[in-house]
Design a protein around this ligand. Structure first.
Ligand code: 5RP
Length: 231
């Protein structure tokens, strides 16, 4: 079974959490796209829901497939968010942002009653940090911010390569107009502490660590979709 087949199976399973009338956060990335396509098929059959996209790319996709869209301005509390992830651990902590949408994803997911994460089995880790941690930073003074981030890593005895994310030969700019620094730290022993330290640095907008936000993970495996629920 390929990773894509596992992603798709998890995405289809997530439909069971969707109820008529819901306002739903729509994630970003290939796994989230499978969910959006499946949701659009239900909408065509008559399901009445509204989606809040977490990126311009998701907005274009969902709109094109005929899903009614709304905003957090119109609905500040959502019923559900379904999104992919780059990593998850046994405590439902995530690293997200591989697709560059971490800030809107976090705002939307944390405004939702439930965040359901859909993933293939390669995303499950014992310790977060195999995937480089994306940190969204203000464009002003990026080097100074990066230096303070490095100092925070040292406090936690972490080190690793920090790379400004590039696209087409230029720094990648998020939908919010910021840069991303990808930090290859290896295993992160204290994700909460790291998140707090990074978020206290002027210039850091947010990190790809999602802590205390995800309640359910649906993981596609060759033997079927496994469901993990936070107690
Ligand atoms: C985007 C994300 C994605 O959810 C994450 O990168 C996983 O992507 P994919 O579903 O394509 O594997 O956080 O910012």
């Amino acid at each position: 079974m390929t990773a894509d087949q596992m992603k798709k199976a998890a995405a289809l399973e997530a439909l069971k959490f969707v109820k008529p009338g819901m306002n739903i956060g729509l994630g970003t990335g290939s796994t989230a796209n499978y969910f959006i396509e499946a949701l659009a098929a239900k909408v065509k059959e008559g399901l009445n829901v509204q989606g809040v996209p977490t990126s311009r790319a998701t907005k274009t996709l969902a709109d094109g497939l005929g899903i009614s869209l709304t905003t957090l301005e119109e609905h500040s509390h959502l019923d559900l968010t379904v999104d992919g992830t780059d990593e998850f651990d046994s405590e439902f902590r995530l690293i997200k942002g591989g697709g560059g949408a971490l800030l809107r994803e976090k705002i939307v997911a944390s405004s939702s009653r439930y965040m359901v994460v859909i993933a293939d089995e390669s995303k499950q880790v014992k310790k977060l940090g195999k995937f480089p941690l994306p940190v969204e930073v203000i464009r002003f003074g990026t080097d100074a911010t990066a230096w303070k981030m490095e100092r925070a890593f040292k406090l936690l005895k972490l080190e690793g390569q920090m790379v400004l994310r590039m696209k087409d030969g230029k720094p990648f700019v998020t939908d919010g107009g910021h840069f991303i620094i990808d930090c290859a730290l290896g295993e992160i022993p204290e994700p909460e502490r790291l998140d707090n330290l990074l978020n206290s640095i002027p210039g850091v907008v947010d990190t790809g660590l999602f802590i205390g936000i995800c309640g359910i993970v649906l993981m596609g495996t060759p033997k079927g979709v496994k469901e993990f629920k936070r107690g």
